[in-house]
Design a protein around this ligand. Structure first.
Ligand code: SF4
Ligand code: SF4
Length: 350
């Protein structure tokens, strides 16, 4: 399978004509999921691909299934939504612990392949370091989609190399790291209290930042030869055309300086998903999960996605209130203001 190093993340795309334009411009990799907007993202992709020879594009979708039964039902639904008889890459969606990828689901992947309903099978994850060994040992994982952007520096390189050497195809997601590293406008929410903390009882999401030159962030990822492709979210043709410049423009020293400055600017607000704070909260708060969900609202401008993702957290997690703690025992070595950000997540989404 040969893929364009810049693909399209369809999850936020509102207009199917963007898909057709992307194909015209040479993009052949389109990523969606069964659980994006209750299947509407898959349906939009199907509309956008109409008239394009099916074998000229790689269609990727995902299931959050925890059992073989749901895996198979979701697959049938996705085939229907996508108006196709085969999905090119079918991923288990957002698996963050090795036990979330049980043999039952691996066997379901093999069965779906034998039935000809998928070509390749894999997993998406936010925690590549923790999952890499499980993926290699599984033996039947062809492709992995993982969070990767400039804020992570060289932190993911060992895991990337391990998977690449095992012949697993790698797709990078969340490549723009919070709008290309540009802070959103928190002013609508913060009422003068500073962007780390939401106004109690306020409840307004921030205005997403205008994306200012996201190219350096994308070029940073594309230059890694072990990463086959990327799936930046694309809202319109202008954004698409900007992204595609990453195929021809070199990553420069000026890009490096810009990203370094942006990395510092977003440091208190943006969780780099290093997972080193895992298990530190005595009340069992899954800190990186809740911060990632807040990022959907704050940085990606998708408040409904943040609400849905928050609502899917376990009840006992949704009930936690960081404002009730006199002190937070979670230490973030990357400088995220953890309690402030969590209070904001709870005020905005709980
Ligand atoms: S909050 Fe900090 S320590 Fe925890 S995952 Fe995010 S960046 Fe890592
Ligand atoms: S403020 Fe309290 S509940 Fe929240 S993460 Fe810190 S220790 Fe856990």
């Amino acid at each position: 399978m040969k893929v364009c190093p810049v693909g399209v993340g369809v999850g936020f795309t509102p207009d199917p004509s963007v898909i057709a334009r992307a194909f015209d411009l040479g993009v052949n990799y389109f990523d969606t999921a069964n659980d994006y907007s209750n299947g509407n993202s898959e349906r939009l992709l199907a509309v956008g691909l109409k008239g394009i020879p099916r074998d000229k594009v790689v269609v990727v979708s995902k299931t959050p299934a925890k059992t073989r039964g749901v895996f198979m039902t979701d697959l049938e639904d996705s085939l229907k939504n996508l108006e196709t008889d085969r999905i090119d890459i079918w991923l288990l969606h957002a698996k963050s612990k090795p036990e979330d990828v049980p043999d039952e689901l691996l066997e379901a992947g093999d069965a779906a392949k034998k039935q000809g309903k998928i070509r390749f099978f894999g997993v998406s994850t936010h925690d590549l370091d923790l999952m890499a060994d499980r993926f290699v040992k599984a033996g039947n994982i062809d492709a992995v989609t993982f969070t990767y952007n400039f804020t992570m520096g060289t932190g993911r390189e060992a895991a990337i190399a391990k998977l690449s050497q095992a012949g697993i195809g790698l797709t990078a997601m969340k490549v723009m790291a919070a709008n290309g590293g540009v802070l959103p406008d928190f002013s609508a929410m913060t009422a003068g209290r500073g962007p780390g903390r939401g106004a109690r009882g306020g409840g307004l999401p921030p205005r997403p930042a205008a994306i200012k030159n996201p190219l350096p962030a994308l070029k940073w990822v594309v230059r890694n030869p072990m990463v086959a492709t990327t799936i930046p979210g694309v809202r319109d043709v202008e954004m698409l055309e900007m992204n595609l410049k990453a195929l021809t423009e070199k990553f420069t020293d000026d890009d490096e300086k810009l990203l370094s400055a942006r990395s510092e600017e977003i440091r208190p607000y943006y969780c780099r998903m290093c997972y080193s704070c895992r298990g530190q909260c005595p009340k069992g708060m899954p800190v990186p999960d809740q911060l990632r969900i807040l990022a959907y609202a704050d940085f990606y401008g998708d408040f409904p996605l943040a609400q849905r993702s928050f609502a899917a957290l376990p009840k006992e997690v949704r009930a936690l209130r960081c404002g009730d703690c006199s002190e937070c025992s979670v230490h973030c070595p990357n400088g995220v203001k953890v309690p402030d950000r969590l209070i904001r997540a709870q005020e905005l989404l709980a």
